[in-house]
Design a protein around this ligand. Structure first.
Ligand code: ATP
Ligand code: MN
Length: 478
């Protein structure tokens, strides 16, 4: 058996009493031909490995270069140097893999995030990405724990879908039809009957509609899977491939939905604050350092940790869309013509408006409800006023919309009328409408963009830095 190693994170919690250990990892630095800073990805804290002078031959020492992979056996002893409690005094050393120092692109110095994006295959080996991806993992784990503890069923909705109910024009087509000699109908349109599935298919933009089918049998379900949008928006908040969490609950109204979403967000943030303290602290310090180079008015008013604690300890502000528009119209920003886009009842709020509400006016997460029906999807429940729907968006400081959800329209007649109004083909969605035909119930759900949540918790400014291998317009490397 090869793997008898102790992980560095675990080792560092030990009291140094001369126990023998084996560690494996990658060299971060090597100084004075004696001190190796070894990292195995379990923590940003490197293990200091001491190679007693004269114990290892020159040829071996020469091969200890940045990012070489080592196996070290030795004794845990109190550290002589400052900066660490313990170190490992090596008795045996194996070079598992050499690393050509001349060619290795990651030098032990500060690299820009833009540069690291170009070497995304190696950026996990930096402290920043170590912290980001351990937190991303913990968030995913916490999400499953939260729902599992509440009896939600994890439903896997399809990645390939024929329904184009949502996001028309933003879908990636899935096809095996040839580009040359594409089969055509008499009118010149593509004959998708010849395609793999015998119809036009796309990558999913949301698992919600299928999620509702699950909710109306299991009561409470959630999905957690990849989602694809061919939107050509080159922003710091949009990816072409991202992960979404979509709970759907029978017997929930809009308020139940908001309560769940708020409890959920607090739970997963709380989980990371307890289980990934070291990584959150590292990223908080990184952010504070990065912001030093910004003009004073662009810096965050509070640090990352304070921001997360604030979210944990305060109720989210709940306002209606109509109230939000009034606040914007009364704002100094509006009066001084600071908004680029128009403000009036009926607009789809732009990110400058959302940011004003969250960052300037309330200074905390805000849940906006009851949006105009005309700007929201067909499945959202029509309110009694006949012009708004029971929708809710949660807006978070720094990133804007993080959750979009609603109470779903459970009344078949109202639903089909809205579908007709909005040009959604009812015949293609016969299966969706069946839930309203056979034991329909009040139900609700929401979608949380996973990467936006990771951004919020890590303080990373660009969504490309919280997913391992980002897919964005004109970019699909790795
Ligand atoms: P936005 O207005 O920011 O584009 P949206 O209204 O298109 O968002 P929804 O369709 O409600 O978003 O999707 C649910 C959630 O998925 C959003 O609240 C957001 O957190 C996330 N999301 C949406 N589009 C993207 C994207 N392209 N990349 C990453 N996350 C996204
Ligand atoms: Mn969008």
């Amino acid at each position: 058996m090869f793997n008898q190693r102790t992980k560095i994170k675990e080792l560092l919690t030990q009291q140094p009493e001369g126990q023998e250990v084996t560690v494996m990892g990658w060299v971060r630095t090597f100084r004075n031909n004696q001190f190796v800073a070894l990292n195995d990805g379990s923590t940003n804290t490197n293990l200091q490995v001491v190679l007693p002078l004269g114990e290892f031959d020159e040829a071996t020492l020469k091969r200890i270069t940045t990012s070489a992979a080592l196996k070290v056996t030795g004794t845990v002893i109190p550290s002589q140097g400052r900066g660490q409690q313990l170190e490992v005094k090596a008795t045996a050393l194996d070079i598992l893999g050499d690393s050509d120092a001349e060619k290795y692109p990651l030098q032990p110095k500060k690299h820009s995030l833009e540069f690291l994006r170009e070497i995304a295959h190696l950026r996990f080996r930096t402290n920043t990405f170590g912290s980001v991806f351990r937190i991303r993992h913990s968030l995913a784990f916490a999400i499953h724990t939260f729902f599992n503890e509440r009896g939600f069923l994890y439903l896997h909705t399809p990645v390939i879908t024929a329904s184009d109910a949502e996001g028309a024009g933003e879908m990636f087509r899935v096809t095996t039809l040839p580009f040359d000699g594409t089969p055509r109908n008499d009118d010149g349109s593509v004959n998708f009957k010849e395609d793999f599935f015998g119809r036009a298919t796309n990558l999913t933009v949301s698992g919600q509609l299928e999620g509702e089918l699950g909710a109306t049998a299991f009561g409470e379900i959630y999905t957690f899977g990849p989602t694809f949008r061919a939107e050509n928006s080159n922003t710091t908040r949009h990816l072409a491939e991202f992960w979404m969490i979509e709970p759907e609950m029978a017997f929930y109204d809009l308020e139940d939905n908001m309560n769940l979403a708020e409890a959920f967000i607090k739970y997963i943030i709380g989980y990371v604050m307890t289980h990934n303290r070291e990584d959150v602290e590292f990223l908080a310090a990184r952010l504070a350092e990065e912001e030093k180079s910004l003009p004073a008015d662009k810096r965050s008013e509070i640090g990352l940790i304070e921001k997360l604690e604030f979210v944990l300890n305060n109720d989210f502000q709940r306002i209606t869309y109509t109230e939000a528009i009034d606040i914007l119209l009364q704002s100094p920003a509006y009066k001084k013509k600071k908004f680029q886009y128009e403000v009036k009842w009926g607009i789809d709020m732009q990110s400058e408006h959302e940011r004003y509400l969250v960052e300037k006016h309330f200074k905390k997460p805000v849940i906006v409800t009851n949006y105009p029906a005309a700007i929201k999807s067909f499945y959202m429940r029509l309110n009694d006023d006949g012009k708004t729907v029971a929708a809710m968006d949660i807006l978070a400081p720094g990133i804007g919309e993080i959750v979009g959800g609603s109470q779903r329209e459970e009344r078949l007649d109202v639903l089909t009328a809205r579908m007709q109004e909005m040009g959604v083909p009812a015949d293609e969605l016969w299966w969706y409408l069946d839930t309203r035909r056979f034991g329909t119930v009040p139900h609700a759900g929401f979608g949380l963009g996973f990467e936006r949540m990771v951004q919020f918790v890590t303080g990373m400014g660009n969504i490309r830095d919280v997913i391992a291998f980002p897919r964005t317009p004109k970019s699909a490397e790795f």
